[in-house]
Design a binder for this molecule. Structure first.
Ligand SMILES: [Zn+2]
Length: 280
């Protein structure tokens, strides 16, 4: 059995245009921006792996559309994000549609703990959930709440495992964490959007599928080296984007951010190309 990769769309989100690319004023500019973006996907990804199914991120819950789900006191949630999600869009039903028992998902690899990546965790109580220790630390307490983390919405008793970044360097990434025995699923720190943000690299043949979470919202933003408009760590984000581009220079790569409308088409195109090459 070979590795298969499936996009899971857990509904849609729109944000203020100034969130997509950082401009002068950074996060403060986002709050006052009257202009909404187009609707964007909220992707999780299923890696159907010989060592067992692995999920990257868990998407958002439909409860995000209900009044009172987000803290009213938080200016970002009050005016800067808008969700369109049905119960059927959630990761549990989506996995079942792919023919999977949700309880069979071995590992859940979170890129970070923002609500639209951790919102489906209540479906995944049987799985080992991983997050970076840095992300876990910064999401706690009053500081975590101010930064927009919804710790009170995590499943009761939520206690993730931490990535162990003691693996060998991989190209421009000095620290790595191998997730599979085969060494073909590798987590690398990609700080910037949040300080503890990570990305997941899945190597199939000579191709690297780069699951970027929110390292950038789009491939265009990556190529432009532009951080998003909500990060408080833009310098760190710019360094990360340069590292990802450096990796892509030496490894054929399919770049898959969580909210890029082109991610799913890009994945599909990449799946088709090797098969065409085989039959040629
Ligand atoms: Zn995020």
């Amino acid at each position: 059995m070979s590795v298969r990769i499936y996009p899971i769309s857990t509904g849609q989100v729109r944000v203020k245009n100034s969130q997509l690319l950082r401009a002068f004023g950074g996060p403060w500019r986002v709050m006052g921006d009257p202009h909404w973006s187009d609707w964007l996907p909220i992707h999780a990804w299923l890696i159907d792996h010989p060592e067992g199914p692995i999920l990257i991120d868990s998407g958002e819950t439909c409860r995000a559309c209900a009044a009172g789900y987000f803290p009213r006191w938080h200016p970002y949630y009050r005016r800067s994000a808008d969700f369109a999600i049905t119960a059927d869009d959630e990761v549990g039903p989506a996995l079942r549609r792919l023919g999977l028992r949700v309880a069979d998902v071995r590992k859940v690899l979170l890129t970070h703990l923002h609500t639209d990546h951790a919102g489906g965790l209540h479906h995944l109580r049987a799985s080992a959930v991983y997050v970076s220790a840095e992300e876990w630390r910064i999401a706690q307490g009053v500081g975590g709440a101010l930064r927009g983390y919804l710790a009170h919405r995590w499943p009761p008793g939520f206690a993730p495992r931490f990535y162990d970044f003691s693996g060998p360097p991989l190209g421009p990434f000095p620290r790595t964490c191998a997730i599979t025995q085969a060494g073909d699923v590798i987590v690398v720190p990609t700080p910037g959007h949040t300080p503890g943000h990570v990305s997941v690299i899945v190597r199939v043949g000579n191709l690297s599928y780069f699951f970027a979470g929110d390292a950038s919202y789009t491939q265009d933003a990556l190529l432009a080296g532009r951080p998003d408009g909500v990060t408080f760590y833009p310098r760190s984000a710019v360094r990360t984007l340069a590292r990802i581009v450096a990796y892509a220079r030496v490894e054929p790569m399919v770049y898959l951010p969580a909210h890029d409308p082109q991610s799913a088409p890009r994945l599909q195109a990449a799946h088709v190309l090797p098969r065409d090459a085989e039959s040629a």
